[in-house]
Design a protein around this ligand. Structure first.
Ligand SMILES: [Zn+2]
Length: 507
């Protein structure tokens, strides 16, 4: 009798192990790997994730009541999220959770309804099969519950350790992405409940002549890797053919997106950083002045600026189903398509914010094949398994694509009374002190590319601004310039406009 129960338990645990393996493996099916040693480090990562999933399912199985209550929903979420990754390369993100929970069915349907029936059926079959096997025994598990508890916690521990040791490396993978998505969703909700203070209630436009302003927010683009700024490689061939005014001494206040974007869009600066969360943004000021405002996203807004992005009169997100951990070609071509589809024929003043994915690691995913000009490029997603030159080549190719992307935008607006401001959220480390990527601390992480382009019509009407920008371009500027320079460029008069931060002003 005892032996039989033991056998059933082993059978059951084998099912759990296979299930955990399949869920965990969905994270790695598309990952680029360069070498055997590279594969080993990912194999360890995969092992830690599988062990944690197995540990959690094991833990839920110890007590019969806990099992019947919690196993079905947790298993369903895990199987669902890995199915989406396996079949469609879709990651469940905070944005998906938000539209689903807010029953924005139209949007939800667009990406979740693809064969949802099949996926739900797979879920039900697996869950029923597992429950059936768990229901075949009980006494032995109950007798040694403390031992089973210890085993399950030991299985989970490496993941908890690895996650705290290497910046959320586990929580960003399926099925734990759901924890991250939920956290993100809750934080957005919390921040929504805080009212930002109105600013510039006195603001009004002094000129009104169908102005079109485009603000492109770059991602991890460094001034010193632009051909425009005399980088030894010509990474900006298209922009060099245009009359671009580059602010090559521009510095970002922060070194990662979530902190940089609210700073960029508000009156926040090094003296009053809290304004990034206490005051309304430039978008609110533009709305108040009667502008048509657009926010086109190729990065799902972080909770820190979600509310600001959505305060635009028109909001669209091209990348709701992708995270930076997705193994998928994710270029700003998506943003270009969104941009080309919006109607800019209106006579009303307009301002379009484009939040690009720019040069975010993994760089090869940021540009189409024909922009693979600097070679050899990286072959592995693991930073340490590529040479320095491969990483820099991949990065520079992504800049080359940014050059094309901006040129295409200018092409669409050049016959209007228009202006484009490009500003990167922060810089990137490219091997300085053997360091890579961003979100740490180094001078190069603050090197944020910034440049301006004006149409001939705009130049004619605003020669003073054009001349001032040229005069100011070598000055030391910071990302705080954006708020005041948009006000300046749009001729918005308000007492909060700080002319010393306005790149279009003589002061
Ligand atoms: Zn960023």
């Amino acid at each position: 009798m005892r032996k039989q129960i033991f056998k059933k338990q082993i059978q059951y645990l084998t099912i759990l192990l296979i299930l955990s393996f399949l869920i965990g493996f969905s994270n790695y099916i598309r990952i680029p790997l360069a070498s055997a040693s590279d594969s080993i480090s990912f194999f360890i990562h995969f092992g830690i994730i599988t062990s944690a999933i197995f540990g959690i399912l094991y833990f839920l199985s110890i007590n019969k009541f806990i099992f019947y209550l919690f196993f079905p929903p947790i298993a369903a979420i895990s199987i669902l999220s890995s199915c989406y990754l396996y079949l469609f390369n879709i990651t469940i993100t905070g944005a998906i959770l938000e539209v689903t929970l807010n029953t924005d069915w139209q949007v939800t349907k667009e990406f979740l309804s693809i064969d949802i029936g099949v996926i739900i059926l797979i879920c039900i079959v697996i869950i029923a099969f597992t429950i059936h096997h768990r229901s075949r025994f009980n006494p032995l598990f109950r007798a040694k519950w403390a031992l089973h508890l210890i085993i399950s916690l030991i299985l989970i521990f490496p993941a908890v350790y690895a996650n705290s040791y290497r910046q959320n490396t586990i929580i960003n993978r399926v099925p734990f992405t759901i924890i991250n998505a939920t956290k993100e969703y809750i934080k957005v909700k919390e921040l929504y409940s805080i009212d930002r203070r109105d600013i510039a209630l006195d603001a009004k436009v002094s000129k009104s002549d169908s102005l079109l302003v485009i603000v492109v927010i770059g991602e991890a683009v460094r001034n010193d890797h632009l051909g425009l700024n005399k980088y030894h490689r010509n990474t900006t061939p298209q922009l060099l053919k245009r009359d671009i005014i580059s602010f090559s001494n521009n510095k970002s206040l922060y070194t990662y997106t979530a902190a940089s974007i609210p700073q960029l869009l508000t009156r926040s600066d090094s003296q009053s950083p809290e304004r990034a969360y206490s005051e309304k943004s430039i978008i609110s000021v533009l709305n108040q002045c009667g502008f048509n405002t657009f926010w086109l996203a190729n990065q799902t807004p972080d909770y820190t600026y979600d509310k600001i992005a959505k305060s635009a009169k028109y909001y669209s997100n091209a990348s709701m189903t992708i995270s930076t951990y997705s193994d998928i070609k994710w270029t700003d071509n998506k943003l270009l398509s969104l941009f080309k589809n919006i109607d800019l024929s209106s006579d009303v003043n307009q301002c379009v914010f484009l939040h690009s994915i720019g040069s975010h690691w993994y760089y090869n995913y940021r540009y189409p094949e024909k922009f693979k000009v600097f070679t050899p490029i990286t072959k592995s997603r693991s930073i340490q398994h590529n040479s320095a030159i491969e990483k820099i080549n991949s990065y520079d190719n992504s800049i080359l694509y940014m050059d094309y992307f901006i040129d295409e935008i200018i092409h669409k607006i050049e016959n209007k009374n228009s202006l484009l401001i490009y500003i990167s959220d922060h810089g990137e480390l490219l091997g300085e002190n053997e360091m890579w990527l961003h979100a740490s601390e180094h001078e190069k992480l603050h090197d944020a590319a910034c440049f301006v382009w004006m149409s001939e019509t705009y130049k004619e009407k605003n020669m003073d601004k054009y001349k001032s920008a040229i005069k100011n371009k070598n000055n030391e500027t910071s990302t705080s310039l954006l708020f005041h320079s948009i006000l300046g460029a749009c001729d918005i008069e308000t007492k909060i406009l700080d002319q010393s931060q306005n790149i279009f002003s003589q002061h």
